[in-house]
Design a protein around this ligand. Sequence first.
Ligand code: ATP
Ligand code: MG
Length: 570
Amino acid sequence: MKNRTRTSRTIEKCPKCGYERQPGDLAPPYECPHCGVVYSKAHVKKEKADTMPSKDHSPIQKAKGSRHRTGQNRGMDDDLLKEVKLLIRSRYSLICLETEEEERAESLLRHLADQMGLPLFIWIPTRGLQRADLGKAVYGSIDPKMALDHIEISKYPAIYHFQGLGPFLEDRVLAAQLVQVARRFTEVEGAIILTGTDVQIPRPARAHSARLTLSAPRRQDYAQLVRQIYRDLSRRMHIRVTMSRDDMNKLLNNLHGLTLLEAEKILTKAFIVDAKLGPDDLKLVMQAKKAIIEREGLLEYFPVERSMTDIAGLTRLKAWLAERKSIITQPERAQDYGLPFPKGILLLGVPGAGKSLCAKAVATEWGLPLLKMDPSNLYNKYIGESEKNFKRAMAVAERMSPVILWIDEIEKAFASGESEDGGVSDRVLGIFLSWMQDRRGDIFIVATSNDVTRLPPELLRKGRFDEVFFVDLPDADVREKIFDIHLSRRGHDPSAFDLPSLAAATEGFSGAEIEQAIVSAMYTAFSGDALLTTELVVGEARKTRPLSQTRAEYIQDLRHWAKGRTVSAQ
Ligand SMILES: Nc1ncnc2c1ncn2[C@@H]1O[C@H](COP(=O)(O)OP(=O)(O)OP(=O)(O)O)[C@@H](O)[C@H]1O
Ligand SMILES: [Mg+2]
């Protein structure tokens, strides 16, 4: 397979932003039409032109590139470029390019306009409409209406790139004007391209419009960014890279999911703080990434420390997960074999039985990052905000994929029958269900719940989750193992304890209650300066009234419901 097609054309790049000089650009000293920096010919960076950007042959990229993830657009930008070009040639007059990275979209469209030989106009809310290769904005065009008026009277073929027009289209008059103006591109070559997140194409324009997604940056993009920052900074200061190849790999893995702009900020800071990029900067990258993910207040980047060996019992669930692990570790093989990425599981069950623990363990076991969604932060008093919050959170998860999305106590997010919220939870549920169908990227959902009566039936319909597991209270064997795990974790040798007696004394206890009995006994031992013994723990257990006694009916109902509807996790 041919990977590159080299041509003899030489391209000259701006030393600051990498903008490729076009034949029509001014003579030296140059002013970069992209970033505005002025430079002389001596600064120009020359490169052999590739008609196709080089492909990354790293195993990770191979694996990623070969999967469909975000539709066909995921992977190479040049695929997207071709697709947009084809759409414009097929007279699609309005194209929505979904992205959080306006800058990347802009440079892609510059290439596109260049390849198609069309002028590019860019509109941004703070500057108005401006021809990309000229310095002045059209008078008064900060007002989007004026910008559209201008397009309407202009007779020439062109590409118009509108950044951040989405919120303005809530104005119906403006949306109607956009539809009307876009119609002219069914006759004249060109198109209006809207970029941003959450841009709604007005309904009447949908027949002549298309929606695409700008793929997330690839590993090689981050690698190139590191090199570029190093080159730029080393012109101004003395800096070093003290990372091994392994550290650098980890760094690139950790940058995954960030926009190039976010990554640039973090990396520049990492370099500047101590004039080097070293292994300890990995922590900085991870912290910054955590902060970016948690900025929206809906997702938590969960540090994972547990593994499956920390969980007693749940044999079937573990086997189910182990069977699917190879889909994550060998994505290419799995895809060739026709296996889709698993959708997710719902863990139903008794409180304290280890549902949340399992979510954390899946992430460790599969080696994927864990994002926890907290439904209680979902609802906002401002109308429409909850839906937007939710969509934003889902977009972050998609950007981070492959990822485990853990929705703890899902009934709190989509509780049915709560009429006092004005239908918000129903709408959010609707968004969630359709997102589950069309989600982009490999996202495995681990949802947990301990109240089936509050779960909307739509969520339980076949096909939503790969499997619904019921996590019941542990039997005697499993209780022994839970004692074993938690005693050793706290520095006690389990062989010094009579595990069968402990298991017998904790009939009906959940894992959490067993753990609590151990901790309480440790307090007693510590304050009495005594040794922790089987008797002490049994004594604590006797004092405890487990949930299976205090809420026997609830547990009975739960078991009854689960029978026939769920698969046992044990
Ligand atoms: N099967 C188990 N093996 C080992 N430890 C367990 C097990 N089940 C529960 N535990 C202990 O109990 C703690 C609480 O469990 P966890 O939070 O996972 O329960 P849960 O089912 O999510 O409960 P809830 O419904 O209240 O959220 C765990 O952190 C773990 O220490
Ligand atoms: Mg839990």
